[in-house]
Design a protein around this ligand. Structure first.
Ligand code: ATP
Length: 232
């Protein structure tokens, strides 16, 4: 199997405070993994380590082929181009429509060919079910549609890994369902791996999957077989 993330004996610090110790896990291509744990237990610190926001000072880490111990401010943008990040409260640029928002991201990551950009934007909008809405402005779309645009944005550079931080946090149950189905579909269609931080146990019970749990300064790996029994 092809590993997308590997942490080996990783110690994760915020400044001089050790937040998570001896973290060991591997995530394979196409896997969907929840990241759960109480507020302040270290979920964000772990995600930040994976996208190069927090330096890994002890242990080993590899994310989509990048060695986390060799990260520096020059290499971080290359790592990020190979990741998709989805946040709960991301903001579209309000002075342009959805299509132009996505085009802006492509240009910022080095795309130049107008034809290829057009093709890519239509492709990701189609994937998230918004093909006919590219002309709409940010303030003209619902919260669920905004989250879809954010997922479309995360897909633009065909990442091997998507990190999603509470993507259903502000959504009603029905819209959360749609977003979860979309995320699982993406793992199947593209073989993208997804790590999703959440407090939403309704979602976890409806869409059971492997969980990483931050607790007491450690990360516990809970396989699907151990949590599927809670599925309602
Ligand atoms: N910039 C920082 N400097 C020092 N300590 C920090 C910093 N950011 C977070 N911490 C501490 O690290 C610990 C873990 O925080 P973290 O944000 O990773 O938790 P979390 O599980 O993501 O919480 P939440 O669910 O609220 O987002 C907390 O004790 C927090 O106070």
């Amino acid at each position: 199997m092809e590993s997308v993330v590997t942490l080996t004996n990783a110690n994760i610090y915020q400044g001089s405070a050790l937040i998570l110790q001896q973290v060991n896990f591997t995530i394979e291509k196409g896997e969907f993994v929840y990241l759960v744990g109480k507020t302040g237990s270290g979920k964000s610190s772990l995600l930040k380590t994976l996208y190069g926001e927090l330096p890994l000072k002890e242990g080993q880490g590899n994310v989509v082929g990048f060695n986390l111990r060799e990260m520096n401010w020059k290499k971080v943008p290359y790592l990020r181009r190979n990741l998709g990040v989805v946040f709960q409260d991301f903001q579209l640029l309000t002075d342009r429509n959805i299509y132009e928002n996505l085009r802006f991201v492509l240009k910022a990551t080095g795309w130049k060919d107008e034809h290829l950009m057009n093709e890519k934007i239509n492709d990701v909008l189609d994937k998230v079910g918004l093909k006919s809405k590219g002309f709409k402005m940010a303030y003209e779309i619902s919260g669920g549609e905004q989250q879809r645009v954010d997922i479309a944005r995360a897909l633009l550079n065909s990442p091997k890994l998507i990190l999603a931080d509470e993507p259903t946090g502000n959504l009603d149950p029905e819209t959360s369902d749609e977003i979860m189905q979309l995320l699982f579909q993406i793992t199947k269609d593209y073989g993208t791996s997804i790590i999703m931080a959440t407090h939403d146990f309704i979602v976890i019970n409806r869409y059971p999957s492997r969980m990483l749990k931050t607790e007491n300064g450690q990360v516990t790996d809970i396989p699907l077989s151990a949590n599927a029994t809670f599925a309602g």
